[in-house]
Ligand binder design. Sequence first.
Ligand SMILES: *Cc1c(COP(=O)(O)O)cnc(C)c1O
Length: 423
Amino acid sequence: MHHFSYRGGVLHAEDVAVPRIADEIGTPFYCYSTATLTRHYRVFTEALAGLDATVCFAIKANSNLAVIRTLIGLGAGCDVVSGGELQIALKAGAAPAKIVFSGVGKTEAELRLALASDVGQINVESEAELHTLSKIAAVMGKTARIALRVNPDVDAGSLDKISTGRKEDKFGVEWTMAPALYRKARTLPGIDPSGVAVHIGSQITSLAPFEAAFLRVRDLVLMLRADGFDIRHLDLGGGLGVPYDHNSNQTPPSPEEYGAMVKRTVGDIGCAFTFEPGRVIVGNAGIMVSRVISVKEGTSRSFIIVDAGMNDLVRPAMYGARHEIIPVLEAPPSSTTTAMDVVGPVCETTDCFAKGYPLPPLRAGNLVAFLTAGAYGAVMASSYNARALVPEVMVSGDQYAVVRRRPSFEEMVALEQMPPWVE
Ligand SMILES: *Cc1c(COP(=O)(O)O)cnc(C)c1O
């Protein structure tokens, strides 16, 4: 459910006509819907009613300050995976106690920043990190509330490149090794080992892998408690998928079904829960809008060349992800579709959004929208090919605002300077 729909044959974001934004700020751009963000956050939290739950939005999915602040206003905390994201969360106004610091390779500087900021929880991913954190916390006179991120060795059944919970993945501590590490943690200064964390991957479209992981974590919590640990926090990560492709039969479980499964598997364990959803909150709350540059008819394939490239939305090139593509001016019901390759202008063959995609007739100048682009879209954008970083706008009712503007050419090159030996 989202708030991008045709009205009188024109795609609207809530009550704002998409062509109006395109005419005023130029293309390409991302457009987020406040109503959709709000709705997704509410549906997710309501599905967890009855649990002592904190929802920490995974800001790596979308770290726009306006998006994060909107969610914080609804009660969200933040899951961060770098010092930069931690600073963004703080700048957006997140309560430090509601910030979880995850990540497979945190530097000493990042750990120091997390401790100095009094974040609510640090998810430790290795024995080496545990020792480093203890050393730093002791020097700073702080106690780090930690959860060990365990790797439950389950296959999330998602795209290979976004699965994180198998033994061969780099994330977390193998769950069979976790008890020994907790025993070590107990002896270290500056460490309060009171939590367990798990996150098995992203765009997960069935409950089974979550259920398998959560049952393993449940066993681990009970085992640790029998060993005298006071485990009070359970961080169940993110990963719930969203529907990207309406023609596919991969319908992810609803937040209600996910919430019911959480209650069924670990609801009685007497822990405070943290959830780290990213995509499910923001995925459908954003679209990317682009203008057709030209249409090229070939003998075997025909191309629609749009003004957005893989630098603006890299998911298709990076993981073979698919986005639904629709014309901004609704095609009349009588129009036929043709299989088109939708490609960007970047000088890379992988700069292709879709192959053989059925589209109604389009001409140069027409607008198209890539749906479900709110997660892992703008955050992964670059300025490859010296293309200006794609701007972001946010809509609320009949208003819209630019929430990250397009940089000027001078800004794009402002960080560069000539070495003294180059004339
Ligand atoms: C990426 C990530 C998330 C969010 O994943 P989604 O699939 O966007 O819900 C949550 N927790 C951690 C540790 C992550 O790395």
